[in-house]
Design a binder for this molecule. Structure first.
Ligand SMILES: Cc1ncc(COP(=O)(O)O)c(C=O)c1O
Length: 458
C-alpha cells in the first residue's frame, strides 16, 4: 500500500469546475433519456415512478441488463455498481433465474394460494439467520412495517426507538428523522423526532424516540425516559443509507441486552445487509441474533420479495391471529421461484468467496489511490457491499456523516457514470457487486477513481 500521507483538503473551486465539465459530458451522451424524462413528467410527478429515481443531473432511463452490465436508452454501456439499489447481487438475467421464472410463469403467475417453494425458501432463511419462523412480503417497507406491528402486538406497547438517519422504508411509523435538516434535528445527545415528509401524522411521529447510532448511553436514557413503553428498538446493524457506518464492537449485543432488560424486542433491518454481506447477513457477520429480522432486496433475485423472520414465541402473535400479517402478493409463485434459486443455487459459498475477492481488489486499489493523493476519503467493503466515504475519519453516526464532502461524492458519481460505471446516486449510497462481476469490472471503478484523483490534484 502507498504510504499514507496526512489527508489534504480538496479545492472546492476545482471540484465545482470539474462538476460543470462532467455534467456537460453527461448530458450530451444522454439525450434520449432526457426526452423520455420530459415526456414522463407530463403524466407523473418528477417523471419517475419513485422519488429516489429522480437524481441529478437527470434520471438515466435503462434499456436492458445482462450479467454485470446495463445499457441505457442512449446506448451507453455500464458496469453496474448500482444493481437496483442493492437488489441484483445475482447480476442481470442470470441464466438460472431466467430459467426458473420462465418455467414458473408458463404455469401461471399468481394464485394467492401457497406454493411448494414458500416452505423451502422459509427453511433456507431459517438456516441462514437462525430464526425459526418466517412470513413473506413484497418489499423492505412492508417487512419493517410488519416487524413493527408484530413487536407492538407481542409486547402490548407502542413506542419505538429508532436510530437517527436510518431509513427503514416509506411507511409512516418509521419515516422519522431519516434525514433531518440540521436546523430541526435537535442536540446530538437527544435528537428530535422529525417527520421526513408532510402527510405523516404528528401522533405517529411522537411514538418514535430517536437516538444516535453507536451511542449506548443515549439508548439507556431513552429507555429510562419511557419506562414500560418501548415495544422495540429497530436498527440497521450496519447503517447503509449513510455510506456505510459500522457498529462499534459490542454495540449490537448491548442493544439486545438493554432491550430485553426493559421488556422490549430488538429488530434488525437487514433489507440491505441480508444475504449480501454474508450468507446470514449482519446477523452472521456480527454474531448477534435479533428477535425479529426484516429482509427484502437481494433475497428475491430481482423480483419484489420481502420477508420477516422471528423467534417462535414472537411470531406466535401471527399464528394466534392476534396480529394481522397479510398481502395479496405475499409468496407469489414467481417471486418464490426466483428466491429459491437465488438462495440455493446462486448465492452459494463460492459466491461469497467471489464477493470477498472482488472486495479486496476494490479496497486495495482505492486505499492506495487515497493514500497516494492524500485524499480526505476512506473506503469500507463488506463482501458484495462497499463504498467510498468522502471524509477522512470514520463515520460513527449521522452527525459525522453531515461532514462528508457531498460535492466530491457527486463528482465521483459523475466520473464513474461518464466512464462506464453506474453507481447508485447520492453521497449516502454504496455499491453492490454481483456474482457475475469480474476482476476487470471492478478494476474499471478503481481506474476511474484514479483519473478523478489525478484531476483533483492537478
Ligand atoms: C435499510 C432499508 N430498509 C428498508 C428499505 C425499504 O425497502 P423497499 O424500498 O423495498 O421498500 C430500504 C430501501 O432502501 C433500506 O435501505
Amino acid at each position: 500500500m502507498a504510504q499514507r500521507k496526512v489527508p489534504v483538503a480538496i479545492d472546492a473551486a476545482r471540484v465545482k469546475s470539474l462538476i460543470a465539465r462532467e455534467e456537460e459530458r453527461f448530458r450530451v451522451a444522454r439525450q434520449r433519456s432526457d426526452k423520455l424524462w420530459r415526456q414522463a413528467q407530463k403524466f407523473s410527478p418528477r417523471g419517475v415512478p419513485s422519488s429516489f429515481q429522480d437524481a441529478a443531473p437527470q434520471p438515466i432511463f435503462v434499456d436492458h441488463g445482462l450479467g454485470s452490465r446495463v445499457w441505457d436508452v442512449d446506448g451507453n454501456e455500464y458496469v453496474d455498481f448500482h444493481n437496483g439499489f442493492g437488489v441484483m447481487v445475482v447480476g442481470h438475467a442470470h441464466p438460472l433465474i431466467v430459467d426458473a421464472v420462465s418455467k414458473r410463469i408458463a404455469r401461471g403467475s399468481h394464485f394467492a394460494q401457497p406454493v411448494a417453494e414458500v416452505a423451502i425458501v422459509a427453511e433456507e432463511l431459517a438456516r441462514r439467520f437462525g430464526l425459526p419462523q418466517w412470513r413473506f412480503t413484497n418489499s423492505g417497507t412492508e417487512s419493517t412495517l410488519d416487524a413493527v406491528r408484530v413487536a407492538r402486538g407481542f409486547t402490548g406497547r407502542e413506542r419505538l426507538i429508532k436510530i437517527e438517519a436510518s431509513y427503514h422504508g416509506h411507511h409512516d411509523s418509521l419515516m422519522v428523522s431519516v434525514e433531518p435538516p440540521p436546523s430541526e434535528m435537535g442536540p446530538a445527545d437527544a435528537p428530535a423526532s422529525v417527520p421526513q415528509s408532510q402527510g405523516i401524522p404528528r401522533a405517529v411521529v411522537e411514538l418514535v424516540t430517536v437516538v444516535p447510532f453507536n451511542d449506548i448511553p443515549a439508548m439507556e436514557r431513552a429507555f429510562k425516559n419511557h419506562p414500560d413503553e418501548i415495544a422495540a428498538v429497530i436498527v440497521e446493524p450496519a447503517m447503509m443509507n449513510l455510506g456505510i457506518v459500522l457498529p462499534d464492537s459490542g454495540y449490537l449485543g448491548e442493544i439486545k441486552e438493554l432491550a430485553h432488560r426493559h421488556g422490549a424486542l430488538m429488530i434488525f433491518d437487514e433489507v440491505k445487509t441480508g444475504v449480501t454481506i454474508a450468507a446470514g447477513g449482519a446477523t452472521e457477520r456480527f454474531g448477534v441474533r435479533p428477535d425479529l429480522i426484516a429482509l427484502a432486496k437481494a433475497i428475491g433475485g430481482g423480483l419484489p420479495c420481502g420477508a420477516i423472520g422471528g423467534r417462535e414465541d414472537v411470531m406466535a402473535v401471527i399464528e394466534d391471529k392476534r396480529v394481522a400479517q397479510m398481502g395479496t402478493f405475499n409468496g407469489n409463485p414467481l417471486t418464490m421461484a426466483a428466491s429459491n434459486v437465488t438462495l440455493h443455487d446462486v448465492l452459494t459459498p463460492k459466491a461469497y468467496a467471489h464477493f470477498d475477492a472482488l472486495a479486496e481488489v476494490l479496497q486495495g486499489g482505492l486505499d492506495n489511490l487515497i493514500a497516494e493523493h492524500a485524499l480526505p476519503f476512506h473506503v469500507i467493503t463488506l463482501a458484495a457491499r462497499g463504498g467510498v466515504t468522502y471524509r477522512a475519519d470514520r463515520v460513527r453516526n449521522y452527525r459525522d456523516y453531515l461532514q462528508t464532502d457531498k460535492p466530491a461524492a457527486y463528482l465521483s458519481w459523475l466520473y464513474q457514470c461518464n466512464r462506464g460505471v453506474l453507481m447508485a446516486p447520492g453521497a449516502e449510497e454504496n455499491w453492490t457487486i454481483s456474482v457475475q462481476h469480474t476482476q476487470e469490472d471492478v478494476q474499471r471503478y478503481v481506474d476511474n477513481f484514479a483519473e478523478m484523483a489525478r484531476d483533483l490534484r492537478a
